[in-house]
Design a binder for this molecule. Structure first.
Ligand code: 6OD
Length: 499
């Protein structure tokens, strides 16, 4: 039986017996493991439970960490590791539509987005990190001391060992494979804890990695809520933690890991700004800004929630963005024409609705959206929200300072370049920014002046996995991708040979 078969995994699986649903199980030491405790996996588009997820307990997490330690993957030569990663990429491609279906069922995101962004990136992640690790060199120095001695110093990269990978629900497979492919490429074994909202693709990936020839124990999945994640990151057998999620959870993870002084890589919240100058190509900018605000229903850490617009084009940008927002098609995620799905959960929608109320209390004008759409039969119980744009807010308003993580943005005018930079940097976060201008020098100048990990000019979320990725301030700690991933997922150790 595979993890994604319908039915039950053995005696006592009462929940699945009753509802006869797909069962999502933990994967430990190269095999699926059954547990009695389970919860329902809800499709946020319909509000209906579509699968049953078995919950890991502490003994199972212990087993997963022990299996990871014993996997032997770190001793596999780089050439063979890269070959396994490439076969994993091929394996995802071969089961592409299964991954798409699992991601859509868990997130409610439009099937086109799941294909073009999430699953396509999963394939790309494995191929890229196979390439990165294959091309990686080591630092070396020929040393000439004043006393005449000579030496050869060279670094040897060792895997950290066992890495805990904690990933969120917004881009479950994209972020999981981004971290797992890099960690495995570097010779680490991983224990993955997906979000309880999106357990599907991490479990499917277990089959693909097993079939690609990854040794048992090198990839383990434990399901559950925050307590499972907390137990995992605090486990004495964990050598490093990579986490993407909220700043609040990130600080908890950091506290849990601190007593054992293990490296962490965190990509946390954001309150990302776009700065739009009046020399811009308006149509191009509106298309880009609309993507930046509304992609994945605003549930991407890089999404723009603050748009600073030069005053002379403020009305044009506002009208243009309203037109884009109204052209979005909310609806059945499996309909190819759908552009926009629901929020991940009712709980998250309550948070977003609180922010909509807060904006109104602050005197904002919702120039489009501002509430719950009428989705009609079948989708009425889903966690839908209207794409929303506000004017009339300033940086002093809470809703302009706090991350909403929904399809919302505040449009705020500015007059000068200096003012725009100051407004964009006036935040506790520092993840990403975009600058929209046709003035080449200004584009470089303003992009560099942004206090963020990633600045885009005339685009958004255009990624090269060799470039450093991560946030400043409350947006995170550490960088991943390319060389940065090699740095995080390995310990460079130095050998000095006197010549
Ligand atoms: O594109 C990536 O590699 C990445 N880490 C995206 C993060 C998005 C956060 O929601």
């Amino acid at each position: 039986m595979t993890c994604r078969e319908n039915g039950i995994g053995g005696a006592g699986r009462t929940l699945s017996t009753v509802v006869g649903m797909e069962m999502i199980r933990n994967f430990v030491g190269g095999a699926f493991a059954d547990r009695d405790a389970a919860f329902g996996d809800v499709d946020p588009a319909t509000g209906r439970t579509h699968a049953v997820v078995q919950v890991a307990d502490e003994p199972l997490v212990d087993q997963a960490v022990a299996a990871a330690r014993a996997s032997g993957w770190g001793r596999v030569p780089v050439r063979e590791r890269a070959a396994v990663l490439r076969r994993a990429a091929d394996g995802i491609e071969a089961r592409f539509e299964e991954f798409v279906a699992a991601e859509v069922a868990d997130t409610g995101k439009p099937v086109r987005l799941a294909r073009d962004l999430d699953v396509a990136r999963a394939v790309h992640n494995f191929r890229t990190f196979a390439d990165v690790v294959s091309a990686a060199g080591q630092e070396s120095f020929l040393t000439d001391l004043a006393d005449g001695r000579q030496a050869l110093n060279y670094a040897v990269r060792k895997p950290l060992g066992v890495v805990a990978v904690i990933v969120p629900w917004n881009l479950p497979l994209l972020l999981l494979t981004w971290k797992v492919s890099a960690a495995l490429a570097c010779g680490n074994s991983v224990v993955v804890k997906p979000s309880e909202f999106t357990p599907g693709t991490a479990t499917l990936l277990a089959e693909v990695l097993r079939d690609a020839g990854l040794p048992a124990g090198a990839y383990n999945v434990v399901h559950g809520h925050g307590d499972v994640g907390e137990f995992l990151v605090g486990h004495p057998g964990i050598d490093g933690v990579t986490f993407t999620g909220s700043t609040t959870t990130g600080t908890r993870v950091m506290r849990t890991v601190a007593p054992r002084v293990r490296p962490v890589s965190f990509e946390l919240g954001g309150k990302n700004a776009a700065v739009v100058f009046d020399d811009v190509d308006l149509d191009e900018a509106l298309t880009g800004l609309s993507r930046a605000i509304f992609t994945n229903t605003g549930q991407v850490c890089l999404c723009t929630e603050r748009v600073y617009v030069q005053r002379s084009i403020f009305a044009d940008v506002a009208d243009g963005l309203v037109e884009h927002a109204r052209a979005l098609r909310l609806g059945d995620p499996n309909d190819e024409a759908t552009t926009t799905g629901p929020l991940i959960s009712q709980q998250h929608r309550r948070k977003v609705l609180d922010h909509l109320a807060l904006a109104e209390e602050s005197g904002a004008k919702a120039i489009t959206g501002g509430g719950i759409p009428d989705m009609g039969e079948g989708l009425g119980e889903g966690s839908w929200i209207e794409p929303t744009l506000w004017t009339g807010l300033t940086n002093a308003d809470r809703v302009v300072r706090e991350e909403v993580f929904g399809p919302v943005a505040a449009l705020i005018p500015f007059d000068t370049e200096d003012e725009a930079i100051a407004l964009a940097n006036d935040t506790d976060y520092g993840l990403a920014a975009s600058v929209w201008t046709n003035d080449l020098r200004r584009g470089h100048r303003v992009a560099q002046a942004m206090d963020v990990g990633m600045s885009w000019v005339n685009t958004w979320f255009l990624r090269d996995l060799r470039s450093p990725f991560g946030g400043m301030g409350m947006s995170g700690i550490g960088r991943e991708d390319g060389e940065s991933s090699l740095h995080f997922y390995t310990e460079p150790t130095n050998v000095c040979v006197q010549l």
